[in-house]
Design a binder for this molecule. Structure first.
Ligand SMILES: Nc1nc2c(c(=O)[nH]1)N[C@H]1C(S)=C(S)[C@@H](COP(=O)(O)O)O[C@H]1N2
Ligand SMILES: [Mo]
Length: 496
């Protein structure tokens, strides 16, 4: 186990210099995420929510400790088994680093350091341990030497691991983000009207504070990209290739747009939806400046961590769609975990086909030529947001006293707009809810309705929304794969 600790610590320390994701532990975790089949990933998100990454890392730790302990027991006489296990882990770590899209050859120094440190620590301790065992007697100097050596290696691994962690995180993008200062959009959205939400009745606030904004991505550690190191390249089927620095972008005409973002993995009634005022430049305008060539279909975007996304080009270029290359969120530069320095946001499309965070590369291409990350894993190519609604109050399984019950929730149909929300108690008639003031059709709307619930006992509430295209949510329950869940949200509560 000390051999393992030495290996992981040495790799973590070297990774602080050659790229944090080269730390073999993280590289293997990131590879595990990319290799996870869709059904398992889906189950993990459903079961652990946004704690799924912590669960993965803890699970890996348990497996590693168990294998190391087993290999140690099998190495009581000869160091062969332990040596082979460290060698195999070393090769796996090396392969994981080698295949990461965001790491270069230099990054292999981290797993190499792991392999050497692990082998050395294990072989050295093993030789000492054999000698100590040969000496027999508890107080023998051989035994003391082994214990001292083991203690020194444990301490050394602790210091190296911690140093790696501190050095790695000292390169964070926080100071760069702080230096960006105030963004000044030429056009600001007006303040949110007071009646844009029913937060007092249990709905979310109309704008989601940045720290509460849902977060979904495949990155085990948040990519740290400094604005001064960032650039965006537009290439592919364009008349002229363009490259922008962060200052180029912030010096352009900035606009502010209120947009509700949601995740295709959101279950009916789920919480993977939030709203912000995004500040940025019009993405369609940027692309038109490069000049789109005939036959182009897809905007294929890549983030610094190698994640890729395919967006229908006609949607991005649609006049009035409001697609953004965003650099600000709710009056601040983008938070690091939401894509600092820049991300894409396209109203009306699920995040996985439109919301590339830490974006650095935009390739104008065809559907044939490039397959984005989630497309390769069985999700749909076209993924417009499905019209949905959710009951926030009463909460499921609440106990209320009989009488007047105020029901409240949210509904969304980004870029189409919500026309109507209806609520049904048990199998009764549909009742139309009161809607909050419209802020924009690109954002959610809140609703509320008061119902008389006189009968004591168990009750069921159901809601359904109708959007401005006239479409009413179907009752049919579809799973989130491949292009988003459908079905009515239902909440059960008791009166007594
Ligand atoms: N680089 C990168 N960008 C990404 C993702 C990712 O895994 N990596 N996930 C996408 C998905 S699935 C969603 S739903 C949105 C979520 O954006 P948020 O975390 O800011 O809410 O980001 C999108 N952008
Ligand atoms: Mo998502």
């Amino acid at each position: 186990m000390l051999g393992l600790a030495s290996a992981l610590a040495a790799g973590h320390l070297v990774a602080a210099f050659v790229g944090r994701n080269a730390s073999p532990y993280l590289a293997v975790g990131n590879s595990a995420i990319d290799l996870t089949p869709t059904w398992l990933k889906d189950w993990a998100v459903r079961t652990f929510g946004t704690a799924d990454k912590l669960v993965l890392l803890s699970g890996m730790a348990v497996v590693l400790v168990a294998v190391a302990a087993g290999a140690g027991l099998l190495s009581r006489r000869s160091p062969l088994v332990g040596t082979v296990v460290i060698g195999v882990f070393g090769v796996l770590g090396g392969l994981a680093v080698f295949t990461r899209p965001d790491l270069g050859q230099l990054a292999l120094a981290a797993p190499a350091a792991s392999l050497l440190a692990g082998l050395w620590a294990f072989r050295w301790l093993h030789a000492r341990a054999l000698r100590a065992a040969g000496a027999g007697d508890i107080g023998s100097p051989e035994r003391r030497r082994f214990l001292l050596g083991a203690g020194a290696i444990a301490a050394g691994a602790g210091v190296a691991g911690l140093a790696g962690q501190l050095l790695g995180s000292s390169r964070s993008a926080d100071s760069s983000r702080a230096a960006v200062g105030e963004l000044e959009p030429a056009r600001r959205v007006p303040p949110v009207p007071a009646d844009a939400d029913f937060a007092k009745l249990g709905t979310p606030s109309f704008l989601t504070p940045n720290e509460n904004f849902y977060r979904i991505d495949t990155a085990l550690i948040v990519p740290q990209v400094r604005a001064e190191d960032w650039s965006l390249r537009i290439h592919g089927m364009v008349e002229r290739e363009l490259t922008f620095t962060f200052d180029d972008i912030r010096d352009r005409r900035l606009v502010e747009r209120t947009i509700t973002l949601c995740c295709v993995s959101n279950e009916v009634g789920g919480s993977l939806i939030s709203t912000a005022n995004f500040v940025g430049v019009d993405l369609g305008e940027l692309l038109r400046e490069a000049g789109i060539r005939r036959g182009a279909q897809q905007l294929y975007s890549t983030s610094t961590d190698g994640w890729t996304c395919g967006t229908p080009l006609d949607v991005v270029l649609e006049p009035g769609r409001g697609a953004l290359l965003a650099i600000g969120m709710n009056g601040e530069p983008l938070p690091v975990e939401h894509g600092f320095p820049a991300r894409m946001v396209v109203p009306g499309l699920y995040g996985y086909v439109s919301g590339t965070k830490w974006v650095t590369d935009l390739e104008v291409t065809t559907w044939e030529a490039r397959q984005a990350y989630w497309l390769e894993r069985g999700w749909a190519r076209e993924a417009p947001v499905k019209t949905q609604s959710r009951i926030d109050s009463p909460k499921g399984f609440a106990t209320l006293s009989p009488g007047r019950v105020v029901v409240a929730g949210i509904a969304w149909a980004q870029h189409t707009g919500i026309e109507k929300v209806e609520v049904r108690l048990d199998r009764g008639p549909w009742r139309e809810a009161e809607l909050s003031t419209v802020v924009t059709d690109d954002a959610w709307r809140m609703w509320q309705v008061a119902l008389d619930v006189t009968e004591p006992g168990s009750h069921q509430l159901t809601c359904r929304a109708t959007d401005k295209s006239g479409y009413t949510q179907t009752e049919h329950r579809a799973p989130v794969v491949p292009d988003g869940a459908t079905g009515w949200h239902t909440v059960t509560f008791t009166t007594r």
